[in-house]
Design a protein. Sequence first.
Length: 346
Amino acid sequence: MDEVKLRQILINLLSNAIKFTKEGGVALKVKSTTENTNNQQQTTIHFEVEDTGCGITSEELEYLFQPFVQTQSGKASQQGTGLGLVISQQFIQLMGGKISVSSKMGHGSIFKFDIPVSVVDADSIQTAPPPRRVIALEPNQQRFRILIVDDRTDNCQLLIKLLAPLGFEVKEANNGNEAIEISTSWNPHIILMDLRMPVMDGYEATKQIKATTQGQATAIVAVSASNFEEQRAMTLSIGFDDFVRKPFKQSEIFNTLHKHLGVQYIYSEQASEPESTPTELLTPETIAVLPADWLACFHDATLTLDVDLLLELIAQIYEQHESIANSLTELVNKYRFEELWTLTQQ
């Protein structure tokens, strides 16, 4: 179960119920059931949001889960966009569930949805230790060569400033062709490869590098703004050895180098503070500095609920508008599509 999606579903349903309930109350009921199917246990969590509000007509129920459709009471309240229920339905379907609604005018509505889940032993869940700050490389290790491939200079410099002071040998390339040339002549231990670049993209460069005996011994890690497991699976099938999503945390880069090269680090005695990225409070005024054509594309993309596409669009403005890009990324990763749609409406 995706807890972020579930949270957004419940926020949407409960806020609607509260908005249209003037008298009485709103109730959230949750229960689980377990059935044995083909000698396997299947657990389902059942959610029910019930209100004593104004209700929905039978005619309106038929179109309730279509984009931008609002009930008469919804239009009268002059609140909302008509997207909340559409988003909730799609999230529920993505988690393998389904949603239904029953309503009676003047008496209220009941929204029900079920989500299948896998039950795990609580003792098997490991709590992640707090991150530690890397301050140096352990002595008596080989000198690791790292090639950074990205068409954006600021992205390359970010990694160079992180890795070079620790003693890594670092070189950069701005496209796939340069990556192949440097990889052939310099033989890096690992390549951190952006996917979308001019001249030659990261996919083709990786195919060509991995087609050589020398390249097969080089670890290649895709570094991309993509967020879906499908993207990760595709890069691994092409020949990449791993996948790191932008914007990344320093610890993710260090962990990746340890995983593929066995790099050992010296840490500060105290745990590091949670890593943060600069963000900006998003308002129509702050968003207005972005290009109009980009805003139009992003606004349309929010209706597709395509996280991968939205993050790719955000990557286009990262260099010029880092804090806005980080704030947008946070909203996308929390699946707050309705807020993004409203915010980017021109």
